[in-house]
Write a protein that binds this ligand. Structure first.
Ligand code: MN
Length: 454
């Protein structure tokens, strides 16, 4: 990989004409998110002059967003083609490269050290209409198991409560387990919140791996060399030496304060509840740091989770159906609920087995469509076409009620959800005939339209 930091990745995007600087003043309240959302997938944006009422001194820190706004950008960031992303990520997960620790002098993130943290000096946006204030959305949280010392890396939404406190949403995953362990012992859980990281680190943090598996190892495998970490100033946590900004702090034991509502990836608001609070103890940054935000529910957001999940899913489904070629968690399905599986069917019934494997592997997956190898799983029109012309609902669709679903799906009954499988593959008996032979114009693929328009 040719980069190892946010700014190096921005440099590559700028060379390719994808990163655009916005020089006019842009309000951190809604306007920045609105512009970022409109550009997502087309351009990465750097807002050079964000303004907001919580920034009385004026702001010198730019905000970037949309750095991997579509699959092509993401694939480029991973150094592979779009169709190889899932497999590439799965391989990295299987062959992690452990991080190395560098000293503070070799860590650009230690160029500035501020003990009196004031979050209002950072350009933290308000994204959606009913959000309960400013939110850090691209903060990678590093923590350690208080007993074993094993590292954990994950992204959490972080609400600005006051100048040095953040509200945090912990889902029932690893960070929550670590926090509960510390809390049971009456202890705070030390964390580091890292902002301004390249796509490799963000993606690695989303891997679905066992507790105790250091997600930074995946970043190392994707870079092809270990990620460099540096020890914290006030916490016993190591974090990326090439981050732009790191907030050190601790999740307080037995403290809960209102957090939310917040516009989430399913394009609905997660409700307000009393949730854990982070007290900040130190902020380190580069000279002239860059702040990164991910506008919730954009492709940039849903894809981060989707690409990481697809890697694991591909392995699981291939285990039961070896003819599985590729998988895609679609943007319309919020990158979580709708899965398209492509198989090179060799035996009748394989499509249904692939559906079982997918539904059994994750609570989040709700609707699964299986298609043949001539269907482009990244093209919703093509997948729709396969359903339209290769599926008979009375025998190719099945529904299971009352399974475990995702609590953020408002149509579920507090997480209890129906599941549906759609077999949109050509029946084995018809494979030898030309009944499902797709029309084709010889030479169409090779036509360069521009050469005809001169
Ligand atoms: Mn983990």
């Amino acid at each position: 990989m040719k980069y190892k930091s946010l700014r190096e990745w921005m440099g590559i995007l700028e060379q390719n004409g994808i990163l655009k600087h916005i020089t006019k003043e842009v309000n951190l309240e809604f306007e920045l998110a609105a512009v970022g959302k409109k550009a997502c997938g087309k351009y990465a944006l750097c807002f050079d002059h964000p303004i907001g009422k919580n920034l009385p001194l004026g702001n010198k820190i730019p905000v970037v967003t949309g750095l991997t706004g579509n699959r092509k950008m993401f694939a480029q960031a991973m150094g592979v083609t779009v169709d190889k992303m899932s497999e590439h990520f799965a391989d990295a997960q299987s062959h992690p490269i452990q991080p190395v620790i560098v000293d503070s002098k070799s860590a650009p993130v230690k160029e500035v050290i501020i003990k009196d943290v004031n979050l209002y000096n950072l350009p933290i946006p308000i994204h959606h209409e009913k959000d309960n204030g400013q939110y850090i959305t691209a903060g990678v949280v590093v923590a350690k198991n208080p007993v074993t010392g094993e590292r954990n890396v994950s992204i959490h939404r972080l609400q600005v409560n006051d100048k040095n406190h953040l509200g945090v949403l912990l889902l029932p995953r690893h960070l929550m387990a670590l926090q509960r362990m510390a809390e049971k012992a009456g202890q705070p859980l030390e964390i580091a919140i890292c902002i301004g990281l390249d796509p490799i680190v963000l993606l690695s943090s989303q891997a679905i791996v066992a507790m105790g598996f250091d997600e930074f190892g995946i970043a190392g495998a994707l870079y092809g060399k270990p990620i460099e970490l540096v020890k914290g100033e006030t916490v016993d946590i190591e974090y990326p030496a090439h981050a732009e900004i790191v907030l050190e702090g601790k999740i307080l034991p037995n403290v809960r304060k209102p957090e939310g509502p917040f516009g989430e990836y399913p394009k609905y608001y997660g409700p307000q509840k009393n949730r854990e609070v982070v007290e900040l103890t130190c902020m380190v940054s580069r000279n002239n740091p860059i702040f990164q935000t991910i506008v919730p529910a954009t492709d940039e957001h849903t894809m981060l989770g989707a690409v990481a999940r697809e890697g694991g899913l591909l392995k699981i489904i291939q285990h039961s159906v070896p003819t599985t070629k590729a998988v895609h968690l679609t943007p319309g399905g919020t990158g979580r609920y709708h899965l398209v599986i492509q198989i090179d069917k060799k035996n009748a019934g394989e499509a249904k087995n692939a559906i079982f494997a997918a539904l059994g592997s994750s609570q989040e997956i709700k609707h699964v469509v299986v298609v043949d190898t001539d269907v482009d799983i990244f093209d919703p029109v093509d997948v729709n076409w396969a359903i339209a012309t290769r599926c008979q609902a009375d025998k190719d669709v099945f529904i299971i009620s009352g399974a475990c679903g995702n609590k953020l799906d408002p149509s579920s009954k507090d997480g209890l959800s129906a599941k549906m499988g759609i077999d949109a593959t050509i029946p084995m008996a018809d494979k030898a005939t030309n009944k499902f032979h797709r029309i084709q114009i010889p030479g169409e693929k090779e036509i360069d339209l521009d050469s005809y328009l001169l």
